[in-house]
Design a protein. Structure first.
Length: 519
């Protein structure tokens, strides 16, 4: 404690020793795939099904199963990052010019490049284009007309979508940087780009004369601008999907716990997902067995000879699930990864993340059927190769009946719940310890870190997450040369609780007349 005052008095200082370990989030997922709508090449966060459908459109099985898996997860989870892959997708739009008063016959198409990058001519006022690329752009129409109530150079932009006879959005704007009577910014770019869910604009600020007096531009009739030229691009390749997952490699940029395969069940994609999860050390890859490889022999061959993955950061599930697609009024089979991720999220809410997301309670599924039904022998065979099966139990429903990682060596980390527990502990403790970096490396700091860790682990032990633990952070593992190198060592020993996978019930028949003690 430093003393900076020389005169007499009482000087207050405050030391906060109440730090506690903040539990890391455990139900944040990500999915990558093709879509006819939505931001391209971005990590776009959605929090419910309504937002997902608005941003990425309705499911289309002819294009991708990503939507079905995303919607299944969002039934239980509330944070999902979505990345749309759309090579060569085109933006539809129009150039609004002085000389033709925003004539609708002037299409504006830039392809996969940033549509905000436009070489304006002297007659260009601004460009209007869709929020993201695709043929869906052609469903949008922008009506531009002057504000006849006040002669202040303001004008209206109304956005219409196909089949709706009233504007879905309306903006009162100005080409200059002006505000209304309530301090709201009226500038065209500032107003539209920050508020619209359908369009973006790029203004030509070199036209200074028309910025200050835009009434010279607009005639007193409606100008209809159609956003033409949009295109969906080409189908994504395996490499496109695998490379898109790279957006999620850095844990400091995106907080994440689950990666949903979404039906892209090919080794190149699944191995990339696992590689990213192992690199991050805080995330699990939930993988699908390919639809054509879900019979027992084929599933084993895929796991052993095609995928050949040995990792505790990935889990493989089969078979596909039969669902009712309410958006297209049809029944179809979809990959299991979305529903499995939902079971992970539900487990976090109804129990704890260190409980296995499988079985009669936490493994329940709201589906119509499965592509293949596995009997006892099938499930035993799949279990021996770390493939998690789904079980049909007559009268009780359909349940996820496996919770194993793809680690080939038998250990505690062969269990999904243990891997998720360790990711949770490691992330939570590392974030808490971050506040001690650059503190004096002495006995007091080591004692504080040890106490902080023990206080975090005790409730987890009481909640059936670990059998026991021990924390060592003292001179026994922090030698003088360790301290001299600027390092501090804290060893945390964990004995995780394992799930009961097989309950053996033995019925013993006694001799006639045997006496039993009261229960």
């Amino acid at each position: 404690m430093g003393f900076n005052h020389s005169s007499a008095g009482v000087y207050v200082n405050e030391i906060d020793l109440s730090q506690r370990v903040e539990a890391a989030s455990s139900s944040i997922a990500a999915i990558v795939g093709e879509s006819a709508r939505g931001p391209v090449g971005q990590t776009f966060l959605v929090t419910d099904t309504k937002q997902f459908l608005f941003s990425f459109g309705k499911p289309d099985a002819s294009l991708t199963y990503m939507h079905y898996c995303a919607l299944a997860f969002l039934e239980q989870g509330s944070r999902l990052y979505v990345t749309r892959v759309a090579p060569g997708a085109l933006y539809g739009g129009a150039v609004c010019r002085i000389n033709n008063n925003m004539n609708e016959s002037t299409p504006y198409t830039l392809g996969a490049a940033d549509p905000a990058v436009h070489n304006f001519t002297s007659s260009d006022l601004f460009t209007v284009y869709a929020e993201n690329p695709g043929t869906w752009n052609m469903d949008l129409t922008v009506h531009i007309y002057p504000n006849t109530r006040v002669s202040d150079g303001t004008f209206f932009l109304d956005i219409y979508t196909q089949g709706i006879n009233r504007p879905v959005e309306s903006f009162l704007v100005h080409l200059d940087f002006r505000t209304d009577g309530y301090g709201v910014q009226l500038n065209l770019e500032e107003s539209v780009n920050k508020r619209s869910r359908y369009i973006r604009v790029k203004q030509n600020y070199d036209n200074a004369a028309y910025m200050t007096n835009p009434s010279r531009v607009f005639i007193n009739t409606l100008n209809v601008v159609r956003l033409e030229g949009g295109g969906d691009g080409t189908r994504a390749t395996t490499s496109d999907i695998a490379n898109a997952w790279e957006l999620y490699r850095d844990p400091e940029k995106i907080d994440l716990n689950m990666m949903i395969n979404g039906g892209y069940a090919v080794p190149a994609v699944q191995l990339r997902m696992d590689d990213i999860c192992r690199d991050r050390m805080d995330c699990m890859a939930i993988l699908d067995v390919p639809a054509m490889e879900q019979r027992v022999a084929d599933a084993l061959n895929y796991r052993r000879n095609s995928l050949m993955l040995d990792s505790s950061y990935a889990a493989l599930y089969t078979p596909d699930y039969l669902i009712l697609d309410e958006y297209n009024d049809r029944r179809l089979y979809v990959p299991p990864s979305g529903h499995v991720a939902a079971a992970y999220a539900r487990t976090d809410v109804e129990a704890e993340l260190w409980f296995a997301p499988a079985g009669m309670n936490r493994g329940r599924l709201n589906i119509l059927g499965v592509r293949h039904t596995y009997n006892q022998g099938d499930r035993d065979t799949l279990y021996d190769s770390q493939v998690n099966a789904t079980r049909v139990i007559t009268g009780a429903g359909i349940k996820i009946w496996g919770a194993d990682t793809l680690q080939t060596m038998s250990s505690a980390l062969s269990n999904v719940n243990v891997r998720r527990l360790m990711m949770f502990l490691e992330k939570s403790l590392s974030l808490a310890a971050l506040y001690s970096v650059f503190d004096p490396n002495d006995a007091l700091l080591r004692s504080q870190l040890q106490d902080l860790t023990e206080r975090f682990l005790r409730p987890i032990k009481e909640a059936r997450g670990i059998y026991g633990f021990d924390v060592v952070c003292d001179e026994s593992n922090n030698l003088p040369e360790t301290i001299a190198a600027g390092d501090l060592i804290m060893d945390v020993y964990i004995d995780p609780v394992l799930p009961a996978k097989r309950i053996h019930l033995t019925a013993i028949i006694q001799k006639t007349g045997a006496r039993f003690s009261p229960a």
